[in-house]
Design a protein around this ligand. Structure first.
Ligand SMILES: [Zn+2]
Length: 252
């Protein structure tokens, strides 16, 4: 203990002596009309350092308060993040297509889709790929047919306007049960949906239009509609109960 005390005393002595010397030379420097004495420079540097430290601390505190600070390192310009919704018209975008079980998809998601379907069937589920890619032309036809019947504003609430349907991206699929093909909210009670919603992210898919997020997606709750975004993003989106819109917003 005594040893440390002695060290502390001598350290204090050295600092005091250093400051005294600096002070003297500082005074000398002042006489020589030099702007800052070494002690002033030391104080100034110390001040800057303290400011930098507090700025860093503020940054860390801000970062810690961001609940999404652990979001995956992805490039939102990647093909798998293309966004088609009532506010994002993708025009006549057409991916390279490939067939799977009677439906067309972006060729790049055929592998993950096959893997997911195979895994679900291994659990005894009777998976039905009910609707995949829909072209701009098909969507135009569907929309016009409704518009002729009800007028454009009402048609837009029933059928997506051409260029705003996610089915045009080729990255999604309506998945139902062979024995329960109804596309309504009660589909969530099927074993199919229970399994799909729990495991889809393992294959890179998300529940694209969740319950309670209708204002954000612009689409009603659709427990049959699954969308590919890649494994990393899917795991994050499902874990944090996000929509694709909310997820992409994290990177703005
Ligand atoms: Zn759909």
């Amino acid at each position: 203990m005594e040893y440390f005390d002695k060290r502390a005393v001598s350290a204090a002595g050295i600092i005091a002596a250093a400051c005294l010397i600096m002070g003297i030379s500082g005074t000398a420097a002042a006489k020589g009309k030099v702007r800052n004495s070494p002690c002033e420079i030391l104080i100034q540097t110390g001040g800057e350092l303290a400011q930098a430290v507090s700025e860093l601390e503020a940054e860390v505190a801000e970062d810690a308060s961001d609940p999404y600070r652990d979001r995956p390192d992805i490039d939102t310009d990647d093909w798998m993040f293309i966004l088609a919704n009532p506010w994002n018209d993708i025009g006549d975008y057409t991916p390279e297509l490939e067939y799977l079980e009677g439906q067309q998809f972006d060729a790049r998601i055929i592998g993950p889709m096959e893997d997911m379907v195979e895994a679900a069937r291994a659990e005894g589920l009777s998976v039905l790929l009910s609707s995949g890619y829909r072209s701009y032309a098909t969507q135009t036809w569907l929309f016009n047919r409704k518009a002729d019947e009800y007028g454009e504003p009402i048609a837009a609430t029933i059928v997506a306007r051409p260029g705003t349907s996610e089915h045009q991206t080729g990255l999604c699929c309506d998945i139902t049960d062979h024995y329960y093909e109804m596309k309504d909210a009660s589909l969530e009670n099927t074993q199919m949906y229970q399994w799909m919603s729990r495991h889809c992210d393992e294959y890179g898919f998300i529940v694209r239009f969740p319950k309670g997020k209708e204002d954000i997606t612009g689409i009603i709750y659709e427990p049959w509609h699954f969308r590919y975004v890649g494994k990393e993003a899917a795991a994050y989106i499902m874990e944090h109960d996000l929509t694709l819109e909310e997820f992409l917003e994290l990177y703005q």
